[in-house]
Ligand binder design. Structure first.
Ligand SMILES: Nc1ncnc2c1ncn2[C@@H]1O[C@H](COP(=O)(O)OP(=O)(O)OP(=O)(O)O)[C@@H](O)[C@H]1O
Length: 282
């Protein structure tokens, strides 16, 4: 097997005494689309930064292929949107690219029309495309996208995932993404890593969607992503609604766990089923 582009082995890191990376091992290989999913505060962005060498870890080792070129689109735009700046100029900020390269990069992401627009005037979808174009100017072996569809409406989200797939095909680059769009991820990813401070489960989307830890983390949204409703509980909740057992560490974070009542036994939830259907229909 060829060497991975990036490999993290047994990574550990704590913030304020709380483990954010708890013995995490992960490898990303050339040409694959890998998506990290997990609840808010699960440590996904921290893991990505650790893999890119932007965040120091306390234990473990990160190995990157020598000469690896990475195009990284972070979660938060580090530019002042009030500052007057055209897209043309923005694309030239971090490294100089010829005008024709900038025009080509915008064409690749279907955003040629914004070349002379002000950054602050772009829609959510256009902003994400410009950020992608900027990452592509590095001719990356690996594109790293932290929530590429933030600020983008539902129809636009599907378009963006299609675009990412096309870019992967045309450029032959690997893609490492963080996403909350479960159903789209399940359709457009080679490998899914379900993450909550440690790797809960990983593999093909079909494999992960069968996994009890995936279901326990995402509740009815997991069913939404599957397209059928069949919810089995493999874990229990304590009185405050925290998950006991299963993948759920005892964090004070939102687990996206949408159960307001106690159910410490295994059964099917009709009310959640109808909500999942509503979600699917609407
Ligand atoms: N530099 C830092 N110093 C202290 N705490 C941090 C730092 N970076 C992240 N954290 C904390 O670590 C935890 C994980 O954060 P992280 O942003 O990695 O989660 P995430 O899974 O990407 O979340 P989200 O889905 O909400 O973006 C959070 O509790 C966060 O507050």
């Amino acid at each position: 097997m060829t060497a991975p582009l990036i490999e993290g082995q047994d990574l550990t890191l704590s913030f304020g005494g709380e483990a954010v990376l708890d013995h995490v091992s992960l490898a990303i290989f050339a040409g694959e689309i890998m998506t990290l999913i997990g609840p808010n505060g699960a440590g996904k962005s921290t893991l990505v930064k650790a893999l890119l060498g932007l965040q120091a870890v306390e234990g473990g080792r990160v190995t990157r292929k020598p000469g690896l070129r990475v195009g990284y689109v972070p979660q938060k735009l580090a530019i002042d949107r009030v500052l007057p700046m055209t897209v043309k100029r923005f694309l030239n900020l971090t490294h100089h690219a010829s005008l024709s390269d900038r025009v080509d990069a915008l064409k690749q992401v279907g955003a040629s029309h914004v070349l002379n627009s002000q950054i602050g005037d772009l829609s959510g979808g256009e902003t994400q495309r410009v950020m992608l174009a900027r990452a592509l100017l590095r001719k990356p072996d690996l594109l790293v996208l932290d929530e590429p569809t933030q600020g983008v409406d539902v129809a636009g989200q599907a378009d963006l995932y299609r675009l990412i797939e096309t870019i992967r095909k045309e450029q032959g680059c690997a893609v490492l993404m963080i996403s909350h769009d479960l159903h789209l991820v399940m359709a457009k990813t080679d490998k899914v890593v379900c993450f909550n401070r440690h790797v809960c489960c990983s593999g093909l989307p079909e494999t992960v969607r069968q996994h009890p830890e995936y279901r326990s983390l995402f509740g009815y949204r997991a069913a939404d992503a599957i397209g059928i409703y069949h919810h089995e509980h493999d874990h229990e909740h304590d009185l405050s609604g925290q998950v006991v057992g299963g993948c759920g560490h005892d964090h004070s974070h939102d687990h996206n766990h949408d159960h307001g009542h106690d159910h410490s036994h295994s059964h099917h939830h009709d009310h959640d089923a109808s909500r999942a259907k509503e979600h699917l229909n609407g």
